[in-house]
Design a protein around this ligand. Structure first.
Ligand code: ARG
Length: 250
């Protein structure tokens, strides 16, 4: 009986019998996940308050947001820590389903971007005794930025500045504090977070570029992106959205 059904189904597929088409199941985004019932998320926890490590535990707005999206998506979120500059490739190679790391929409990145979940900007973080008041003052100075970020692109545009790239955003801020560089170009919410926790640091008011943050997935995964956008819309409509922004000072 079962076998007969199988043969009938295969025949229907081969013949393209429309009346029998309900025997063919449509592919869903869940079918395209790397592991069943799991959303594997590439993340670079060096970017407080988006994501960072606290006593070995990953915390931040993005981490809490994924716990919210998990509810709407109905699959379990699993984080995989990686260097920021490798996440786009990991997404495209199918090593992770999505990338979540304070990603900024950038048309040069060959991935799908979700609807925005936060506003951002690239800004200059410097020491408050540096005498640097605008990008023009960075002529002849050393400016740090994270490898593979839009901050690195923005830093490269600053006239006369020598750009030093690092894989790790935390190391850049440490180098700035230690006087090894004159400024760091970084997302505004991250810069403000450092400014609030260290009185020797200041964020320059004039942004280099305004941006928006989104979640990324492979260009071959449009169904997943639709599901993510649905979940993001529900999250942004919920009380949790404002609560998390307040919790993380964003
Ligand atoms: N928003 C910037 C970009 O998309 C930097 C993001 C860095 N994120 C991180 N977790 N280190 O290029």
């Amino acid at each position: 009986m079962k076998k007969m059904f199988k043969i009938a189904a295969v025949a229907a597929m081969v013949l393209g019998c429309s009346a029998c088409s309900n025997t063919q199941e449509e592919t869903t985004w869940e079918d395209q996940l790397i592991e069943e019932n799991k959303l594997i998320v590439g993340i670079s926890p060096d970017y407080p308050p988006y994501e960072s490590l606290e006593n070995g535990e990953m915390v931040g707005f993005d981490v809490d947001m994924m716990a919210e999206l998990e509810k709407y998506l109905g699959v379990e979120v699993e984080f995989e820590q990686m260097t920021f500059s490798t996440i786009v490739d990991a997404v495209n190679l199918g090593q992770v389903d999505v990338g979540v790391s304070g990603f900024t929409y950038d048309p040069e990145r060959q991935v799908l971007f979700s609807d925005p979940y936060l506003e951002s900007a690239q800004v200059i973080l410097t020491k408050n005794d540096s005498g640097i008041e605008s990008a023009a003052d960075l002529n002849g100075k050393v400016v740090g930025a994270q490898l593979g970020t839009t901050g690195a692109d923005a830093a490269a545009e600053i006239e006369g500045a020598t750009v030093e790239l690092n894989q790790d955003a935390n190391i850049l801020v440490e180098a700035l504090k230690a006087g090894q560089m004159d400024a760091v170009v970084i997302d505004i919410l991250v810069a403000q977070n450092y400014e609030a926790s260290d009185s020797s640091l200041v964020v320059l008011e004039e942004p280099l570029i305004d941006e928006e943050n989104g979640i990324i997935c492979s260009t071959s995964n449009e169904l997943l992106m639709e599901a993510l956008n649905d979940a993001i819309a529900q999250f942004k409509d919920s009380d949790a959205y404002e609560e998390l922004k307040t919790k993380w000072g964003m």
